[in-house]
Design a protein around this ligand. Structure first.
Ligand code: COI
Length: 330
């Protein structure tokens, strides 16, 4: 029987762990804590580990895992930016990620976009104190906007398809310039210059890598339309937070919604009310009336949670076992 140590385990994942542990005949030790060097002892007699994005799997951790006989690291997320993949390759550790339908994240992205477009953050704050005034809350209609989608993977594609229903014009940035046939009639492929110059709203749907880190920097923002709305439900590291702060201060950026934030791992997905949070940029950006920040929850639907646990655990079975959305192993 394959034994796994699972870290970052949330309460809502437990029923799925119970179900698939039994179904797939695995033995799983579950821990709420992220995996760190100082709790490495929790990994005992295991062949593999499973984590979420809170565990930073760097080379030191990988070396310690190798010493414990671990041969596979699974992340129950799609993104793998918290794992040093090159070091994993070097130390012969197989890395697998989860796979889940893009609809939950895509719908959340459209919600963020509408929230900013209709200034709903302010409207909600006002209503909470019985202020039902309208001044300053005038919004815009999505139908009248041009939207630029950066990246046409599963989530970018799903967002583009949802936007079709709103009647807005959609342009997509695809690295090789070729729109996939599935998106014909939904969007037109354009280069970044065009998207920056033309689009009222820009939404990011690319992974963060060494080359895409701070994809949205000062230069990119300067090239954008006055009052551009930026949406990020992908990864915080795609945006240079100082460039964002300057963009908001100068009103170059007219609205911003982020479900993600650089260095969020120690902060999001826990109750931090009584703690001193040291992320000044986050606190500063959050207070702007036209900035909406959510706690990395675009993925958080009942369906996606089950997929994350299920496809994560399936990756410990024979590589021939595939779930509906595929098994991403390397
Ligand atoms: C992902 O699956 O990549 C996510 O963003 C989900 C989150 C739990 C890290």
């Amino acid at each position: 029987m394959v034994k796994i140590a699972a870290f970052d385990v949330r309460q809502d994942e437990i029923p799925h762990f119970n179900k698939y542990e039994h179904l797939y005949q695995l033995s799983i030790d579950r821990f709420e804590a992220p995996l760190r060097l100082d709790n490495m002892d929790l990994v005992r007699d295991c062949q593999g580990i499973s984590v979420l994005g809170q565990s930073e799997i760097n080379e030191d951790i990988l070396v310690a895992l190798v010493a414990k006989g671990i041969r596979q690291v699974n992340t129950r997320t799609v993104g793998t930016n918290h794992i040093d993949l090159a070091a994993a390759g070097k130390w012969g550790i197989r890395v697998t990620n989860a796979s889940y339908p893009p609809d939950g994240v895509a719908e959340f992205t459209v919600m963020l976009l509408l929230l900013v477009l209709r200034k709903y953050k302010q409207a909600m704050y006002r209503a909470n104190v019985n202020d039902y005034s309208l001044e300053g809350l005038e919004g815009r209609e999505l139908k009248e906007c041009t939207v630029g989608i950066i990246g046409t993977g599963a989530i970018g594609t799903a967002v583009i398809k949802l936007l079709k229903g709103f009647g807005c014009q959609v342009f997509a940035y695809v690295r090789d310039g070729r729109l996939k046939p599935e998106l014909e009639g939904y969007a037109e492929a354009r280069d970044l210059d065009f998207i920056y110059r033309t689009c009222d709203i820009i939404s990011l749907h690319i992974p963060v890598t060494e080359t895409s880190r701070h994809f949205i920097d000062k230069k990119a923002i300067n090239a954008m339309k006055e009052g551009v709305i930026l949406i990020n439900s992908s990864r915080g590291g795609l945006m240079d937070v100082h460039a964002l702060m300057e963009g908001i201060e100068s009103s170059k950026i007219g609205g911003l919604a982020m479900d993600v934030f650089e260095n969020e791992a120690e902060i999001y997905h826990r109750d931090r009310r009584l703690e001193i949070i040291s992320n000044r940029e986050m606190a500063y950006l959050r207070q702007f009336p036209n900035v909406v920040m959510t706690q990395h929850m675009a993925f958080y639907t009942a369906r996606d949670i089950e997929y994350m646990v299920r496809t994560g655990l399936e990756s410990f079975l024979s590589p021939l076992v595939f779930s509906t959305y595929g098994l991403n192993g390397s």
